[in-house]
Design a protein around this ligand. Structure first.
Ligand SMILES: [Zn+2]
Length: 317
């Protein structure tokens, strides 16, 4: 009986590996079969594999290290005791069988693009809440400009200050005075992010992780979000979990990359909500920061800001 998982089944090189010792796969190999092994390691073990090796479909040092870690995992402990006492970094008959068996057990759970589609209602709701908060801020301004009094101690104004560093009429160390153009600009970005979700049949695609550990990456040029096998529920090395709430934040973040071509500058506009610089970035840069959009939406949805969702040291479900 050949390989069973949808990822491996029918691949001639992998099928050969499953039945023939000399057909084992090792350091230096290149091709689609290597890419499938890398995908399996990421899917099953959240393995960190060098982006260059992923792009080249090459069994390089980081792929070999991920294979070794997979085999050494105490719940597997894959050693061919007929000729060795320790696990090695080669994919042979035992390893391909174990990977295949685990993939079969795993494949009924959606991940990557399929899971992002399931996360759409939550994500769309967050964007709707953000737009409603911005419309309510516009109403607040009209009331205040008419001379009536109104408390600004509401989550929407708190969120506007925290994530976009904008506040009513005054400029201070916490942010600058909000303008009509700010509101128009931020609302348009949210509306276009909503269009990205509406258009998910085209705009959601699968792809390898662009950076180690990255669950998704949005491309302004290609107008697509590429979801990696890491887009799933997973435990991170610091023990925190990524779940639906964090994934929805990730989708908003990536959608902004598709609609705002200034959103990817790592020194100015692309500042993680978990980075200390997030608290001090200028309002002009925050308008383009994808993390500001994701975190503002969660802030107005929950009415508070802690702890934040997304990919970072403070991430939660
Ligand atoms: Zn980003």
């Amino acid at each position: 009986m050949g390989l069973q998982s949808s990822l491996f089944r029918g691949d001639p090189t992998l099928e050969a590996c499953a039945v023939s010792d000399p057909a084992h796969i090792m350091l230096g190999a290149v091709g689609d079969h290597v890419s499938k092994i890398q995908t399996a390691l990421i899917r099953l073990d959240s393995a960190t594999i060098d982006p260059g090796e992923l792009a080249a479909k090459r069994y390089g040092p980081s792929t070999a290290a991920a294979v070794l870690a997979y085999k050494k995992n105490p719940r597997r402990n894959i050693i061919n005791r007929s000729y060795q006492t320790q696990a090695d970094n080669i994919v042979g008959r035992m390893t391909i069988a174990a990977l295949d068996r685990e993939l079969v057990g795993n494949q009924s759970r959606p991940l990557a693009k399929d899971l992002a589609v399931l996360d759409k209602p939550l994500t769309e709701g967050l964007i709707r809440n953000a737009l409603k908060a911005l419309n309510d801020i516009e109403k607040d301004i009209r009331i205040l400009e008419s001379g009536a009094s109104l408390s600004l101690g509401t989550p929407r104004w708190d969120a506007l200050q925290k994530h976009f560093h904008l506040q009513f009429q005054i400029s201070s160390s916490l942010g600058r005075a909000l303008t009509k153009d700010d509101l128009t600009f931020i609302k348009r970005n949210y509306q276009e992010a909503a269009n990205v979700l509406n258009n998910s049949a085209f705009s959601f695609d699968n792809g390898p992780p662009v950076k180690p550990g990255s669950a998704a990456s949005g491309s302004f040029d290609q107008k697509k979000i590429f979801f990696s096998p890491l887009y799933k529920d997973f435990d991170t090395p610091d023990g925190k979990q990524i779940g639906p709430n964090s994934r929805a934040a990730i989708v908003i973040h990536e959608s902004i990359h598709l609609v705002d071509n200034l959103s990817g500058d790592d020194t100015k506009t692309h500042i993680s909500e978990f980075d200390p610089r997030y608290e001090t970035m200028s309002a002009d840069n925050a308008r383009h920061n994808p993390s500001s959009y994701a975190t503002f939406a969660w802030h107005v949805t929950r009415g508070h800001d802690q702890s934040r969702f997304g990919l970072g040291p403070a991430r939660g479900m």
